[in-house]
Design a protein around this ligand. Sequence first.
Ligand code: GLC
Length: 448
Amino acid sequence: MTEKQGQSPETLSGRRMNRRDFLKIGGAGLAGAALLGVAGCGGGGGSSEGGSGDIVFAMGPDTSGSLQKLIDKFNKENKGKYSVKYREMPTDTGQFFDKIRTQFQSGGGDIDVIGGDVIWPAQFAANGWILDVSDQLPDNERNKFLEGPIASMTYEGKLYGIPWYTDAGMLYYRKDLLEESGFNEAPKTWDELKEMATKVAEDSGTKAGFVWQASQYEGGVVDGLEYINSYGGKVLDDNDASKVVIDSPESVEGLAMAASMIADGVSPQAVTNYTEQESQTSFLNGEAVFCRNWPYMYALVGNPDESKIKPEQVSVAPLPAGSAGSVSGLGGWNFYINAASQKTEAAIAFAKFMAEPAQQKYRALNGSFLPTLKSLYEDKEILDAVPVIALAGEALANTIPRPVSPAYSDMSLKMAEQFNRAFKGDVSPEEAVKTLQTELQQIADQAS
Ligand code: GLC
């Protein structure tokens, strides 16, 4: 329904949706009625009674500074009732996941609510580690959120999280340098990007043409899949999720394009060790013409402590297209309630507070985080102040999620390894997808 997630990339080709299209497809009731202020939002699970309302919230570092402010607001409004402590977790989603999984495996740990990656719920739910929160968001409330985040948290028909913010890969570029080289708009295809990046870097003496996330970790998987999906390659069969179909000419084409960025010198060899942070540093230091990153980086461009370049030098565009169109990886972070928590009432109250329009809007304005509430894509203040959000509305229509599977974390480790080897040129794209075909199918078979 809403986004084209899960649809075959062929149908994505050519046409780009405008924001209205995107909202229409979502069947968005944009009434903007008070959200989540529903009655009966008490504890969500058996263990909600007992214990004080002091809870631990686990989340990675927040470079925007907006998170602690909202926690303070919640604590003030709920004084004497609930209080939230923010426990900072690793930036790297894989390391964060490992820590949480270890706690869950050893009996739950002391974390009550997790600000967790969109790729985790299937695995956590299958193991009974997080609460089914279906009752917390009845249909009329659920409809107010984008379909992608809801779909990613739905496992065997039940909802396992409260939506927070979503993410879509975007292309950042140096508008000023492009103009100096005679280009008035962003590249539309990966081939165009290669040409433009090479020329502009040369003309302007900029160190790198294009920086992105090619390191061996989850972000490398996202980037690799963006290339693969944009040529029509897929990991799992659309109609049968137990069938791995990554070994295809389309996947090879996508990975070959990625590897050629490095082999042809458009991207420095060093990107094979870049995560979001290194890409960001390079771009914000003025050392790269193009950068693939998530919307959060836009807020940092406007912060002189973080960035040597200014907002007026930067523009954002959808990622370039392969033969099957432009595809952004679907990312995002949501709230998952630890099933072993003794304080689920407070945990749910906090998650719901953070999902409310006012809090989502604050994070949009102060951190360029993409709201999960459809209505905020019509909010003039946000659209005027944060152009990346206006644009991301389009990118969201062209997102493809990573496989939703209780075995995803194992699959991801294999993809991270093979993609990185292919990016470096240590294996050919053909070998990489052949290896993955066998490895991923084994994992899928064991999981079923
Ligand atoms: C972003 C995305 C998340 C993804 C991660 C990879 O944080 O929101 O979904 O897994 O990047 O580095």
